[in-house]
Design a binder for this molecule. Structure first.
Ligand SMILES: Cc1cc2nc3c(=O)[nH]c(=O)nc-3n(C[C@H](O)[C@H](O)[C@H](O)COP(=O)(O)O)c2cc1C
Length: 281
């Protein structure tokens, strides 16, 4: 079973051993031009999860390609580059400039104004620009995420990353003003897990694409749930801020969960929820 980090949740340069303990390292989203991101406050803790409004702070494509990517390659793990942009052409230009990586298209950041084109149009433009594996990262806030999944599959995506954060708001205790400077932010962590499971379940039913499941994973059992819903890989996000050793722990908990349930490998549990549902109904 493949274990990855979720984009934006692990800085491989400050924690290379954590990055090396993963089956692939996913970068923070890269945009064509450098971005400072949103002004602080950009992070807020809430009862059941975390809100962030980082706003795609990144060094920009050119500096990433020249200074960051070569150092990431030295980690010795496969690299996934998260690509963002403000038009389909911007996404496609970055895709065309990449080689030797998997591409994750961030089609769903809640903290910036979205590209005007649809997810499928962006995937089509990127498909025409590169032969590299293309994963489409979708928002759980789509009215029908399975419909978006079918559309990006038809447009040439090789896989899905599910899910990105969902928009949320926290108010300051004293002033009752929004805690984050931007107002709203992306909600991640434990509360996202049932939402992620529903998205993975629906998309595994709707498409044949491999799925990286993420959203609120803290334990091996959480990872197993996403696999049972149809994911073939699992990514760790918010948990990495509290527990940088989570990859090794989640991996061993997942193995223990699997042996306790009689699975020789986590992949044996893949999509089992769909069969169990068919038998139960
Ligand atoms: C601080 C922070 C920064 C993030 N930055 C990105 C990003 O740059 N690109 C992206 O596609 N997702 C980004 N995400 C979303 C995560 O990759 C992931 O989809 C989401 O947090 C759900 O997983 P989790 O509940 O395990 O954190 C970010 C999440 C957090 C908490």
């Amino acid at each position: 079973m493949l274990l990855l980090n979720a984009s934006g949740c692990l800085d491989a340069m400050t924690a290379p051993p954590v990055a090396r303990s993963l089956d692939a390292y996913v970068t923070k989203t890269i945009t064509p031009l450098p971005r400072e991101g949103n002004p602080p406050v950009r992070i807020a803790e809430t009862e059941h999860g975390m809100l962030n409004a980082i706003g795609l702070a990144n060094p920009g494509r050119d500096r990433f390609l020249v200074t960051v990517l070569p150092r990431l390659r030295e980690l010795g793990v496969p690299i996934w580059v998260s690509v963002g942009g403000f038009s389909a052409a911007e996404y496609a230009e970055t895709c065309a400039a990449l080689e030797g990586v998997t591409i994750e298209l961030n089609l769903s950041c809640p903290n910036v104004d979205e590209a005007p084109e649809s997810a499928a149009e962006i995937v089509s433009a990127c498909r025409a620009a590169t032969a590299l594996p293309l994963y489409a990262k979708l928002s759980p806030a789509a009215w029908d995420v399975a419909e978006s999944a079918r559309a990006v599959e038809a447009a040439g995506a090789d896989g899905l990353s599910l899910v990105n954060t969902i928009r949320g708001l926290a108010l300051d205790d004293r002033t009752l003003a929004p805690t984050l400077a931007r107002g709203t932010g992306g909600y991640s962590g434990p509360a996202l897990k049932p939402i992620a499971l529903a998205a993975v379940y629906a998309c595994a039913h709707a498409t044949a694409l491999p799925i990286v499941g993420m959203g609120g994973v803290r334990s091996g059992r959480d990872a197993l749930d996403l696999i049972a819903a149809g994911a073939s890989a699992v990514a760790l996000g918010t948990i990495l801020f509290a527990d940088p050793d989570a990859p090794a722990r989640v991996r061993s908990e997942l193995d223990a969960e699997c042996s306790a349930r009689g699975y020789a490998a986590p992949s044996d549990a893949r999509a089992i929820a769909h069969e169990a549902h068919a038998h139960a109904s």
